[in-house]
Design a protein around this ligand. Structure first.
Ligand SMILES: Nc1ncnc2c1ncn2[C@@H]1O[C@H](COP(=O)(O)OP(=O)(O)OP(=O)(O)O)[C@@H](O)[C@H]1O
Ligand SMILES: [Mg+2]
Length: 492
């Protein structure tokens, strides 16, 4: 384990790190910080939740002249929420260095942004579309930028964004330092990346799998029409503290959200068709726990760091293995544990194999829980609560009433009544989700899944957040697949 002061980090940042509670550098930080501080271009690849933001943030802040009120550092990120989050983390790191970061993204008033830019932040964290807008209107100057970062670099360089990124980089002096970070880096994208950089150093933190080992990964083979009930049952049994459910389309996100609300869950949806105000308020409610289930498209798949997410569900399996890695990486962050459950229709089983091959990890088969399992599971949730209350041993004032009750009723009846009162009532409001075509399988078809069902229906790790060791970072094999990067993302 490496201490930050051994990496040559200056005292003002050390003070911030102490305040943030970072005691030791993560492997990607330990490897990147010295190399980047020497001025090298770096491609950094490490698993989700292992601190890549500080790995590029610290060397970027170190290089900035705090007296100069010009933009010297530029970070480009794929979504608005991520841009905001990265700017917040950079501001925490730079708190005592006299350096300020500003998030600039679509969906926010142009005038307000222009005023904020005039205020002289030294770092801007932007989404590509809005940044280009400012560049064209000449309301931003990036000709003094010394460090450019592409966070989620493979996403930023895929077909949807690569032209924008080229245009942005053209506006930055050639002698810049360029840093690229992501948990995934397919070979074809890495080739594009190297062309934009000066003899980059590649840092790939060694690990067996591309996914974090402290995420338990499961799959449920389930026909499309049973997905919602399976989800509902699984959630009843596992009682996730905070969970994210990923679906393929905005329409399905809305439908799943409404369905879960009808079944008594505090659920909200997030996708690109919502106003920026709504997106932010949903995310803030989820972060504070007022919303317990976030239903999302891939807009929430990358980079978002929300502590306390115990379960990630892939209601629909993603097309790209990379997307799978990022989605499930919303749990199991900073050494915590988490569970990922993917619903796969029988026709998509071949796709499961492709994901497993790319990520070098295996998902365990989970049998779909029955309604009866769910009922028992819910009662178990109550039993757990009762046992916790017993443990606390603060029941003296209830003893007299309890005694009276037991004189007139048998103990089983009394306990059963208490369980009934305390158990969340299952609602069976009908819910229908419009169907979606299965993912077309690009890899070889799985002829026969020879993993035997382990009859494991639920983990019994109810919403727990264990404290496993900090995860190691990743080494991911490159891969050559055609046609997987042709989607266009929301441009903002
Ligand atoms: N050295 C450290 N010690 C303790 N916590 C840390 C350290 N570095 C980062 N963290 C925390 O770990 C969490 C994950 O960090 P971060 O969001 O930078 O991960 P990431 O590698 O960028 O993940 P992703 O691939 O999902 O974007 C954050 O809450 C961050 O504050
Ligand atoms: Mg990140």
């Amino acid at each position: 384990m490496t201490k930050f002061n051994e990496l040559g980090v200056s005292s003002s940042i050390m003070k911030a790190l102490e305040k943030m509670g970072f005691e030791e550098a993560t492997p990607i930080q330990a490897e990147t910080i010295p190399l980047a501080m020497q001025g090298n271009d770096v491609i950094g690849q490490a698993q989700t939740g292992t601190g890549k933001t500080a790995a590029f943030g610290i060397p970027m802040i170190e290089k900035i002249d705090s007296k100069e009120r010009k933009i010297q550092g530029l970070v480009v990120a794929p979504t608005r929420e991520l841009a905001i989050q990265v700017a917040e983390e950079l501001n925490r790191l730079a708190k005592f260095a006299g350096v300020r970061a500003l998030a600039v993204y679509g969906g926010q008033h142009m005038d307000r942004q222009i005023r904020a830019l005039k205020d002289g932040p030294q770092i801007v964290v932007a989404t590509p579309g809005r940044l280009l807008d400012h560049m064209r209107r000449k309301t931003i100057r990036i000709d003094k930028v010394q460090t450019a970062v592409l966070d989620e670099a493979d996403e930023m360089l895929n077909m949807g964004f690569v032209d924008d990124i080229r245009d942005i980089l053209k506006g930055i002096p050639e002698e810049r330092q360029t840093l690229l970070f992501s948990a995934t880096m397919p070979r074809e994208i890495r080739d594009i990346a190297t062309n934009l950089m000066k003899s980059p150093k590649e840092i790939k933190v060694k690990a067996k799998e591309m996914t974090v080992e402290n995420i338990d990964q499961y799959f449920v083979e389930i026909p499309e029409k049973y997905k919602f009930e399976t989800l509902n049952n699984h959630m009843d049994i596992n009682a996730p503290v905070l969970s994210i459910i990923f679906s393929r389309t905005k329409k399905r996100v809305d439908e799943i959200t409404e369905g879960l609300q009808a079944r008594g869950f505090r659920a909200e949806g997030i996708h690109g068709d919502l106003t920026q105000g709504k997106r932010m308020s949903v995310l803030n409610k989820f972060k504070s726990g007022r919303v317990e289930v976030l239903v999302a498209t891939d807009v929430a798949a990358r980079g978002l760091d929300i502590s306390g997410v115990t379960h990630v569900y892939n209601f629909d399996i993603p097309q790209d293995p990379e997307s799978y890695v990022h989605r499930i990486g919303r749990t199991g962050r900073a050494g915590r544990t988490g569970e990922a459950i993917s619903f796969i229709t029988p026709r998509e089983m071949g796709h499961l194999q492709l994901i497993e091959r790319t990520t070098k990890s295996k998902m365990k088969r989970l049998m779909p829980p029955t309604n009866q399992d769910a009922q028992r599971g819910q009662q178990q949730v109550t039993v757990d609560k009762l046992l916790k209350t017993i443990e606390k041993d603060e029941l003296k004032s209830y003893h007299e009433t309890a005694n009276e009750l037991l004189q007139e009723n048998d103990s089983i009846t009394v306990i059963a009544a208490a369980l009934k009162l305390l158990t969340k009532e299952r609602r069976d409001t009908p819910v229908s989700i419009s169907s979606v075509a299965p993912i077309s399988v690009k890899g070889p078809q799985r002829s026969n899944d020879n993993r035997r069902p382990n009859n494991k229906r639920f983990s019994g790790k109810r919403g727990g957040q264990g404290q496993g060791g900090r995860s190691q970072a990743s080494s991911a094999g490159g891969r050559n697949r055609k046609g997987n990067f042709q989607k266009r993302r929301n441009r903002d």
